[in-house]
Design a protein around this ligand. Structure first.
Ligand code: IPD
Length: 279
């Protein structure tokens, strides 16, 4: 079984690279933009096409029915979003669709693989920067084949924190998000950042460029691959209330260290979000 997942891991890296090449090419011609839940929740033909390429390649390699698939665009089109014990691929073909549409240079392909509800490996290809982040459980985390490690900063005052505001613009939520950001900024921390892709944000924690990233409203496909990368880079994942990380809960904090995570958690104003696996 061990070898089988190694093969799947290597194949995922190849597929992510191929998907990233498609995205780069697509970015050179005119991008047709459509909207999902609101006028700021964007999707493109590239999201749909690249997801089909990824799932098509995986099915061709591993068989039509042996594995399950949770993909952002498939779920949007009514496929279930339930993590069972079966080998399951969790895919975001284009993480940072808004960036992609605008030519803001952080766009990632995110591919994760879970068995018995446990994440085995994750691959995040930041395709415009050509950075291939990957990690397999127990085997370390890498960026372009170099080992990566979270930062060793323990003092929140010396940290950079990432947060995102997502695509829900209801005034109550935006108020809570910015109130949280204001409190964190005034701790004070060195800075607040955001790349516009959750997968890349997690990799930035994994490389030690920033100390933590949190968000409420993300989806399992944005964070599943990054979750393995963070853990293998020596970081931690928690729920925003300090409890255990839950992939389907649509909220999380990742950090280099629990002292930093706990300090941020003190400031996070939580608002409700429907679970990804809600019936
Ligand atoms: C989005 C990005 C963004 C995060 C949003 C996600 P998408 O993913 O990860 O950073 O703030 O919550 O939905 O829609 O571009 O795949």
């Amino acid at each position: 079984v061990d070898d089988m997942w190694q093969k799947a891991y290597d194949f995922a890296v190849e597929v992510a690279r191929k998907a990233g090449e498609e995205i780069r090419k697509a970015g050179e011609s005119e991008i047709k933009v459509m909207t999902k839940s609101s006028s700021v929740d964007l999707v493109t033909k590239t999201d749909e096409r690249v997801e089909k390429i990824i799932i098509g390649s995986l099915k061709e390699e591993f068989g039509e029915d042996a594995h399950c698939f949770i993909g952002e665009e498939s779920v949007e089109n009514g496929e279930p979003c339930i993590l069972s014990d079966k080998p399951t691929w969790i895919i975001d073909p284009v993480d940072g669709t808004t960036n992609f549409v605008h030519g803001f240079p952080f766009v990632a392909v995110s591919i994760a693989f879970a068995v018995n509800k446990e994440l085995e490996f994750g691959v995040v290809y930041s395709c415009l920067e050509d950075k291939m982040y990957k990690a397999r459980r127990g085997k370390g985390a890498f960026c372009n084949d170099e080992k990566i490690q979270v930062s060793d900063v323990k003092d929140i005052h010396k940290s950079i924190i990432i947060s995102e505001h997502g695509t829900d613009r209801s005034p109550e939520k935006v108020t809570k998000i910015f109130s949280t950001m204001q409190k964190i900024l005034c701790i004070p921390v060195h800075g607040l950042r955001g790349s516009g892709t959750a997968a890349t944000n997690m990799c930035l924690v994994a490389t030690g460029a920033v100390e933590a990233f949190f968000e409420i409203g993300i989806h399992c496909w944005d964070i599943a691959a990054g979750a393995v990368i963070i853990q293998e880079a020596g970081g931690i994942l928690l729920d925003v209330d300090g409890g255990p990380f839950d992939l389907m809960s649509r909220r999380m904090i990742v950090a280099n260290d629990k002292i930093i995570a706990r300090r941020i958690i003190q400031e996070i104003e939580i608002f409700p979000s429907l679970r990804d696996d809600a019936p």
